[in-house]
Ligand binder design. Structure first.
Ligand code: TEU
Length: 587
């Protein structure tokens, strides 16, 4: 048995001990501060709001709180554009509030992980301000500055040093008239990329990270950390990417994703910052391959503990990419997740459906109709949480919160959605069609306020929320879920309990069953000295019948968790499941 997760809170030190590998049996809860809870009525979540609601997270049985950025920021990308890495933005509170939050998290036996956003800073960071002051600035080389394309005049379309398309639309290059060069920004023009080739940049980042560890934080979630090493040519040049159909841009990702010095930079960070700290490090790595993930997470290489991979959340992207969602084909999802389970069998996975960048999973791959919302949210939770790896729960996922249902561009706040809309309209696209593409996938689906109760602003604020509250908060809210033993909340709580009490959930090896089945997701977890864990889940809104050869004992085994108390008993190796019914069995 793994030891109890929650430490004795009466112990004299509120700082939890950190045993090496403690995160293997941990569940992480992600808080998106601006949308979690507002304590002062300005319509924006804040640190005191988080402190006020920590018991919700503790009751859910989470071990770790990951805070999306609360640093000083112009908020061009909701805090992923940082102008001071060592201060709290006044809209969220003060450093003292953060110290109180860290203490309050520790008092509850939990740990705190900070977001680390160092692929880029804000253009309002003093480092960048100094860098842009002139070509001879001492910090010029802290960012990526390049002259216009030969034969072109700076600032004119086509003069950009490369044809790369930004994650947030438009070029990745911004012309700086005053100093006569372009700077690189893979995201918005207010998020200039730091130049990791420069050792001073790396040392400044390491020093900042050490400062946070001294302040008591227990880990880092490293934003797009596999984009930090760009593939510069011998002369410092960067190549054009393959043309992106329908745009005047190219795909630069082969020249900045999992780049040549990426592993070296993370190994160096490990050595300089956390070699002896036993913190949790999770690298956010869009476009990561299994091969690179193995390298990032191999303990012997001393880089990071785990990565967020993106393959599974790209499976429903159509030919037009993320704005062109198509229905998920379940066997694709099963095979993909199984490949990661098996591929990282000697390493470690992170497990997630949701975060602040993804649409709500119950709307995306579940069924958010009144009839099936609760069961599908529970079943999605079950198939994810019974896999091997560290599960991440995004605020509101434990309530089965749904997509926003926005119908007007005025409702949206996210820079990615708004820039995409503008770029498409500039190209003559039909506004209604662009909106229809944005609605199911916009990051704002995840960012509507946390639904605490059925009051007008869902208990999120007494003021006007910065983004609209989902009207379904009258039904879908934490107060109601906590009262109802059949709620998604209590189901997630039990999933976390299973991880904390059954070694097979933490360490068992994974085997996918019925890979081709288009409705049912089934797998086993096996561990020497433990009965076999069997997960069978109907991932559809129709009943499903399966035959699980050789698993009659497990099908008749102990029911650890189910979505339907009235489920039909198995007949030998055959089982019929109601829509969105799932069972976790031990036998
Ligand atoms: O996201 C990186 C990322 O690649 C995507 O998930 C991104 O959000 C976008 O949707 C791609 O289409 C991280 C953060 O999680 C995100 O919130 C930031 O906007 C981004 O980095 C830049 O810091």
């Amino acid at each position: 048995m793994t030891p109890p997760r929650h430490l004795d809170t009466t112990a004299s030190t509120p700082v939890p001990d950190r045993e090496p590998g403690w995160w293997r049996s941990a569940v992480v809860y992600q808080v998106y501060p601006r949308s979690f809870a507002d304590s002062d009525g300005d319509g924006m979540g804040d640190l005191q709001g988080i402190i006020d609601h920590l018991d919700h997270i503790a009751e859910l049985g989470a071990d770790v709180v990951w805070l999306s950025p609360i640093y000083r920021s112009p908020q061009d990308d909701n805090g992923y554009d940082i102008s001071d890495y060592q201060d709290v933005d006044p809209m969220f509170g003060t450093l003292e509030d953060l110290d109180r939050l860290i203490a309050a998290v520790h008092e509850r036996g939990m740990k705190l992980v900070m977001d680390l956003v160092v692929n880029h800073s804000s253009d309002e960071h003093p480092w960048f301000q100094e860098s842009r002051s002139g070509r001879d600035s001492a910090k010029r080389d802290w960012y990526v500055w390049r002259p216009p394309r030969p034969g072109h005049t700076g600032g004119e379309p086509g003069a950009e040093p490369t044809n790369w398309h930004s994650f947030f639309s438009g070029s990745t290059w911004e012309w700086d008239e005053a100093s006569g060069e372009y700077y690189l920004h893979l995201f918005s023009r207010k998020q200039p990329d730091l130049n990791w080739e420069n050792p001073e940049v790396r040392e400044a980042v390491h020093a900042m990270m050490r400062w946070w560890l001294d302040r008591g934080v227990d880990g880092f979630r490293m934003d797009v950390i596999n984009l930090i090493s760009k593939e510069f040519g011998p002369d410092g040049g960067l190549p054009d990417g393959a043309a992106k159909p329908g745009t005047r841009y190219g795909d630069g990702s082969p020249f900045y994703m999992n780049g040549p010095r990426n592993h070296e930079f993370l190994h160096e960070m490990h050595r300089e910052v956390y070699a002896d700290a036993a913190i949790l490090t999770v690298a956010e790595t869009p476009g990561v391959t299994l091969e690179h993930a193995r390298l990032f997470t191999d303990p012997a290489r001393r880089e990071v503990d785990m990565v967020f991979q993106f393959e599974h959340v790209g499976l429903d992207h159509g030919p037009g990419g993320k704005w062109d969602l198509s229905p998920l084909y379940l066997p694709d999802l099963k095979l993909n997740l199984a490949a990661w389970q098996e591929g990282l069998a000697d390493g470690w996975n992170s497990l997630y459906w949701n975060n602040h960048d993804q649409p709500r999973v119950v709307s995306r791959w579940g069924d958010d109709s009144p009839e099936h919302r609760v069961a599908s949210a529970k079943t999605l939770g079950t198939v994810l949480h019974m896999m091997r790896g560290t599960p991440y729960v995004y605020q509101g996922e434990e309530l089965g919160m749904t997509n926003a249902g926005f119908t007007s561009i005025e409702d949206y706040r996210d820079i990615e959605s708004l820039n995409h809309y503008r770029e498409q309209l500039e190209h003559g696209a039909d506004p209604a069609a662009v909106l229809a593409g944005i609605a199911p996938v916009s990051r704002d689906n995840a960012r509507t306020p946390m639904q605490w109760d059925d009051s007008p602003a869902a208990g999120f604020t007494t003021g006007t929320p910065w983004i609209a509250v989902n009207p379904n908060h009258t039904e879908v809210n934490a107060a109601a879920a906590r009262r109802d033993p059949g709620s998604v909340f209590h189901h997630y709580r039990r999933l976390h309990e299973l991880r904390h009490t059954h070694d097979v959930v933490v360490d068992g090896s994974f085997r996918l069953l019925l890979p081709e089945h288009e409705q049912v997701f089934a797998y086993t977890r096996t561990l020497a000295g433990s009965p076999t864990l069997l997960v069978v889940a109907n991932m559809s809104s129709q009943p499903a019948t399966v035959t699980l050869a050789g698993l009659a004992d497990q099908l008749a085994g102990e029911v650890l968790l189910t979505t339907h108390d009235d489920g039909a008993p198995a007949q030998g190796e055959e089982l019929t499941l109601a829509p969105w019914e799932s069972r976790v069995l031990l036998g």
